[in-house]
Write a protein that binds this ligand. Structure first.
Ligand code: DP6
Length: 359
């Protein structure tokens, strides 16, 4: 699939100013993206649950100006900390959205999840920004709804890889796979060929350590380059995708648990065996995992975990077991959560437009 698909084709209309507000969720990978080639091309296919409650709300205000400028506001406060990443994003996408440079921008963004909770805001943040930009493009170019989503995903990827999956729900796949029609390294795709049990799956995120990560995902991806197990890992992921799609379709929760927990532990095993090596799990992460295994065997509740590149634990389970799991958290897991904090979330539908005004 060629990237020329995303070239801007103006329809001649000019918009002087306006504002576009969108909402975009975070996502949690089941088969993990860990390793990439320039520019933002994944070394294996990944698949994620799109979340619902953990999301970013972004308003893109734009007004025609002789000079391109970005003013960034996070939680109503002027922010310079995230500006370099946003500027890098605009540099990478400039050939695909030339129209944006005719405006000065005020980007206002806020997250529903607690600030510095250890939950990556780059996936929801970049997908929200990209989607808002493509909404503007839809006014001044000919784009179908599918093209809007694919281009938003394509741009999101250039901000942060996993962000390209947040555009779509209830699940999303990113990265070419020989068995998945239309899968692409350049943008994500929606995936919904799943059994009912997975359509309302829950994700309760235990905030084990809310501190800043010692090693960023971007650095972690880089360490896969000369990693001794890289090739085996990439082919394992391709294989796990295949097995997971079957489990999702069949409603096979046991296979789902086996594949996703192994993926989470493999991700962290890659970190522990890279050069330099590092550990992002904390004591509470390991204690929680052991408790989950104990409880699953004892109570016969199909609860499992996954991890992202941090210490927090995502508890995954069918909706039917919500009350039992919440009791279990209160009784056994809350001691491992910083300030007793956890976030209840579930599978969701992807990015959406809240409102738009044009002049
Ligand atoms: C462990 O998407 O944050 O969450 O592309 O460098 O921004 P960049 O990395 P990022 O990496 C996410 C890694 C992961 C797994 C996943 O979400 O698939």
């Amino acid at each position: 699939m060629s990237e020329t698909k995303f070239t801007y084709k103006p329809n001649g209309q000019i918009i002087k100013k306006g504002s576009i507000s969108v909402q975009s969720p975070s996502n949690i990978a089941l088969v993990k993206y860990w390793g990439k080639k320039p520019v933002q091309i994944p070394t294996n296919t990944s698949i994620s649950f799109t979340l619902n409650n953990c999301h970013t709300i972004t308003t893109l205000n734009f007004e025609r100006a002789s000079k391109f400028e970005i003013d960034l506001f996070v939680d109503n406060k002027n922010n310079t900390q995230f500006l370099p990443k946003i500027e890098q994003f605009f540099e990478r996408v400039k050939d695909y959205i030339p129209y944006i440079f005719d405006y000065k921008l005020k980007i206002e963004t806020k997250n529903t999840f607690p600030h510095s909770s250890g939950i990556a805001s780059s996936a929801s943040g970049f997908s929200a920004l990209a989607y808002a930009i493509v909404q503007l493009e839809q006014k001044i170019a000919e784009l179908t709804t599918q093209q809007v989503m694919d281009k938003a995903s394509f741009l999101s990827r250039l901000g942060s890889g996993s962000a390209c999956r947040s555009i779509y729900g209830p699940l999303a796949i990113w990265g070419e796979h020989q068995d998945i029609k239309n899968s692409s390294d350049f943008y994500g795709m929606a995936y919904d060929n799943v059994h009912d049990v997975f359509k309302s799956y829950q994700d309760t995120i235990l905030l084990i350590d809310k501190g800043q990560k010692k090693v960023s995902s971007t650095v972690g991806h880089g360490l896969m380059k000369n990693h001794p197990f890289a090739e085996q890992r990439f082919s394992q992921a391709q294989n796990n995708i295949k097995k997971l799609l079957q489990a999702l379709k069949d409603g096979d929760v046991n296979d789902f648990i086996q594949i996703t927990e192994s993926e989470a532990l493999t991700l962290h095993a890659m970190m522990m065996t890279s050069n330099p090596y590092f550990i992002l799990m904390r004591e509470g992460t390991l204690a929680t995992i052991n408790k989950i295994w104990e409880y699953r065997n004892k109570a016969n509740v199909p609860i499992s975990f996954t991890l992202d590149a941090g210490a927090n634990v995502h508890l995954l389970y069918p909706k039917l077991y919500s009350q039992q799991v919440l009791d279990f958290i209160q009784k056994e897991l809350i001691v491992y959560c910083e300030n007793e904090q956890y976030i209840c979330d579930h599978i969701g539908q992807g990015t959406k437009l809240i409102e738009a005004n044009y002049d």
